[in-house]
Design a protein around this ligand. Structure first.
Ligand code: PA5
Length: 450
């Protein structure tokens, strides 16, 4: 059953049927290159069929490990960055209670910053809790999670002793190489494998996301089931039958009309991290070769009271993709008051969603009238199946979109620049010459080292 929908009716005055006809060939070409594995980055296409490929034994293995870890602790600390962080966070925020405190098996995240205060707060929180750790890194080389894991490893060993600590740590990493795999083997940590042909930001439906989901009590079989369903309606050469291709095409047309920024405007707080995950997926996949759409996110209705002004009257180089939810899990209505001092009795009896839907309608019409191209992705509900579908839909759409831009959506050469500068400044072994060069360069630019 299809649980996600894409509507671009409000673009009818901007995008003609002739425009769409012109894209048929290009969409089919991109789709064939993906499906047949003949395009750039073809070595990283494992995600495309993974929901079908993952076996019941692999799923069972993830669940049984999660259940075993849950018996030891009700706090899981996930350490990872980028694709080794955002998907798990997005899925848990999408499905769970809004308030962390009310979640039974809590998943916390670390390893995505360099901040002693954050680490201090985390350790203070964990001080009297039972803790298990999932360190997630495909490469094992990223500095943020490595630094965080060192601190946590030492803390765990002090707290539980080396032997018990090792039993409370599970590493999700490459099956064959990398320093995290080496460390896991030496320390005797359990491991889960990230398939070699799946890159970080396309890995949420692998053990990278599935283990934290299973720990928090989410039914991962249903997520995979939803993703499998999406494989059906997100494939095929015909635009009408391939939902991902519709979204990819619209984005590309709008970019050609000089709309350089896309904002994903989510209408529910539970969707915030889904948008953060999308931002990484789109940004790292497309922002290269001096092209690509800049992905940004808005949280409505809160942001209508801040960036709403910009959306209505700012520079017209943006297009807006709303994400709405058809059915919330609960319905709460506005009460009626006899005195009506605040004069809001006119809303009495309406549910919060009815008002939110009006906010959505009012906003999209206003932005349309303000010359912002708007379209909408609608999610049926907040269920595992819908989550699996939206993850798969976006992955496929962004991959197609990358091919429409004639670039490799599966690499990220640009992120190496900051890393190399950091390695040089931190005097990583073998970076001695780079260290000297970067110090000279900084002097020339009058950049003072802190
Ligand atoms: O999409 C990607 O490949 C990256 O964003 C990675 O997910 C991120 O850099 C984390 O990499 P790793 O899992 O190797 O630590």
């Amino acid at each position: 059953m299809q649980r996600i929908f894409y509507n671009f009716d409000l673009l009818n005055d901007l995008i003609s049927s002739e425009d769409i006809e012109n894209y048929r060939g290009r969409i089919a070409k991109a789709e064939i290159a993906l499906e047949k594995g003949t395009g750039v980055g073809k070595e990283a296409l494992g995600w495309l069929k993974f929901p079908e490929k993952i076996t019941e034994t692999e799923i069972e293995n993830i669940i049984s490990k999660a259940v075993r870890f849950r018996k030891k602790a009700n706090f899981l600390l996930c350490i990872g960055i980028g694709g080794s962080f955002l998907g798990a966070k997005a899925g848990i925020e999408f499905l769970s209670n809004s308030f962390d405190e009310l979640r039974k098996n809590r998943v916390l995240f670390s390893g995505n910053n360099f901040n002693s205060d954050h680490m201090f707060d985390l350790l203070e929180l964990l001080n009297d809790k039972e803790v298990v750790v999932n360190v997630i890194s495909k490469s094992g080389t990223n500095t943020e999670p490595s630094v965080s894991f060192r601190i946590i490893k030492e803390w765990m060993e002090k707290r539980y002793g080396k032997e018990e600590s090792a039993k409370r740590i599970i590493a999700t990493t490459d099956s064959e190489k990398g320093s995290l795999l080496k460390l896991a083997k030496i320390e005797g940590y359990e491991t889960l494998t990230i398939p070699q042909n799946i890159g970080g930001r396309y890995s949420v439906l692998t053990p990278v996301g599935l283990f934290p989901f299973a720990f928090s009590g989410i039914d991962i079989r249903k997520i995979i089931f939803g993703a499998k369903e999406a494989m059906d309606f997100c494939s095929g050469n015909k635009i009408e039958e391939n939902l991902s291709s519709q979204y990819a095409m619209i984005r590309n047309i709008l970019f050609k009309r000089k709309k350089r920024i896309e904002t994903l405007a989510v209408m529910q707080p539970h969707l915030h991290y889904l948008a953060e995950w999308w931002k990484q997926l789109a940004g790292e996949s497309e922002g290269k070769n001096l092209t690509g759409i800049f992905p940004s996110i808005l949280n409505y209705t809160a942001d209508l009271h801040s960036l709403g002004q910009w959306m209505q009257e700012g520079t017209r180089n943006v297009f807006e993709t709303f994400v709405t939810l058809k059915n919330t899990s609960h319905t709460i209505q506005v009460p009626s008051f006899l005195d009506d001092i605040d004069e809001f009795n006119y809303l009495a009896g309406k549910s919060m969603e009815e008002i939110n839907n009006v906010a959505y309608d009012g906003t999209r019409l206003a932005h349309h009238d303000g010359n912002v191209p708007v379209s909408t992705i609608t999610l049926e509900d907040r269920t595992e199946e819908t989550l699996g579908q939206i993850f798969y839909f976006f992955q496929k759409a962004i991959a197609l979109s990358g091919y429409l831009f004639n670039l490799n959506p599966f690499d990220q050469p640009g992120v190496e620049a900051y890393k190399n500068n950091m390695y040089a400044l931190l005097l990583r072994p073998s970076y001695e010459n780079e260290h000297k060069k970067i110090r000279i360069r900084m002097k020339e630019l009058n950049i003072e080292l802190r």
